[in-house]
Design a protein around this ligand. Sequence first.
Ligand code: 6GU
Length: 226
Amino acid sequence: MRFSVLTLFPDMVYASAGYSIFKRGLDQGFVQLDCIDIRDFSANKHRQVDDYSYGGGFGMVMKAQPIYDAYQHALERLGCAASPRVVFLTPAGRPLTQELVAEFAREDALILLCGHYEGVDERVVEEIVTDEVSIGDYVLTGGELAALVLMDAVARLVPGVLGKEGSFAEESFTAGLLEYPQYTRPAEVLGRAVPDVLLSGDHKAVEKWRHEQSLRRTKTRRPDLL
Ligand code: 6GU
């Protein structure tokens, strides 16, 4: 999987990508990450990339031209035969789900566009974007954290990234239920014991208990999933 991120803050994206399993995916070559600084494509001597909103109102809008030129540069660097999907991270997008994550994970490459300020000139969105995606019903200051969330979720589904743990890649949400509680040693900590059934060695009973726990959690926390 090759990710190309169009952003005003490439260092923020590179820094956050340098940890844990995502980093291992990069180091082992299962994942590639290339950030393109939109500001490098400003046609303005002040490297300006935003301007006032037509129609008035507060907040600046990102200009179409620097984004379009950064996109062309991303295409050249990717050198794909087919045009990759271009995902614009915006609170106005459709919700990111595990199903959409799995769909993205089947692509060879993705271009992610991170917006900032009050928005992005709609004309460049119409010209280049294939998917508008939100990571939840709250507003972030920019699309970078959302792009990192999307890349993390996609990367762990890319074959090889999770290694041996790979068979568990989708466990939590493909069953459509929330994950059951987990315990590790010692058998008692903070005055709390591990549920007896988990020490019983009865695999059938453990499986049944976990399923019940998943159901109970889902009922109380996310009834919309049932
Ligand atoms: Cl994708 N971007 C921003 N700026 N805020 C968000 C979001 C994205 N998803 C939820 N809130």
